[in-house]
Design a protein around this ligand. Structure first.
Ligand SMILES: C[S@@+](CC[C@H](N)C(=O)[O-])C[C@H]1O[C@@H](n2cnc3c(N)ncnc32)[C@H](O)[C@@H]1O
Length: 226
């Protein structure tokens, strides 16, 4: 969904002039037919939560980064209707594997048909699990690429686990790290506090290169260098 196509209060705050944000959104590679169908399905069937979907510019950036990095083992935290999982799959090598987790079983039911329609869908395994339970069960240094986009109040806890799971040279991308701009509020909400704590902890990681991008609701790029 274009970030400016939705004027509801749930739409992410824009950090750019709206005309420039729209210009950037449409001057990205076009979405595949399957991604477009998934966006239309989400707008119709999950309309209350359609803003959850990461959208064209973030999706194309994920596709670009996963392709550049050559990641083979990829983790997508927060499936929703499968937009980020499919974007990652479209950018990943033919022998890459993407594990996408969501606690809500409806997400698997809704995302799987779109994966089945896509030539890249067989790279994705959908897992129904709570992130906070599933992550600690995984062995160290297992993933080359992680996209974090689940419950924000647990972001600091997820950073610790994701860092343990990330291979050297791997990339962790955190979504919504500006939390609608509320990370700079004097009186932060619980979620804004958690996201701010995640951002500060990311900047203090040893052996990391960290970049905070004001794209859509903000992305944190964290590369493990040693
Ligand atoms: C923002 S949406 C993910 C959007 C998706 N990445 C995309 O690009 O369309 C967040 C998802 O995280 C899931 N979620 C939230 N907390 C979770 C938890 N503790 N464990 C597993 N899934 C969780 C929600 O069910 C929701 O589908």
């Amino acid at each position: 969904m274009s970030q400016n196509a939705n004027n509801s209060s749930k739409a992410p705050k824009l950090f750019l002039d709206p005309a420039i944000a729209d210009y950037c959104e449409v001057h990205c590679s076009p979405e595949s037919e399957t991604l477009r169908a998934l966006v239309a399905f989400t707008a119709e069937k999950r309309s209350d939560f359609a803003v959850n979907l990461s959208g064209r510019s973030v999706g194309q950036l994920l596709k670009l980064l996963v392709g550049l990095s050559g990641a083979k083992s990829i983790l997508d935290i927060g499936t929703f209707t499968g937009y980020s999982a499919l974007s990652l799959a479209e950018g990943a090598a033919a022998d890459a594997k993407i594990t996408s987790i969501d606690a809500n079983p409806v997400c698997k039911e809704q995302a799987q048909p779109f994966l089945d329609q896509s030539p890249d869908g067989n790279k994705v395994e959908l897992v129904t699990a709570f992130v906070q339970e599933w992550l600690p069960q995984q062995p160290d240094a297992r993933f080359d690429f992680i996209f974090l986009d689940a419950d924000k109040h647990r972001y600091p806890e997820y950073l610790t686990e994701c860092w343990r799971l990330l291979a050297i040279g791997g990339l962790l991308v955190g979504d919504n790290i500006l939390w609608g701009g509320h990370v700079v509020d004097e009186q932060q909400s619980t979620r804004a506090q958690a996201v701010d704590a995640f951002n500060k902890a990311a900047c203090s990681l040893p052996n990391a290169t960290v970049v905070c991008l004001p794209l859509r609701d903000g992305l944190m790029l964290i590369r493990k260098t040693a």
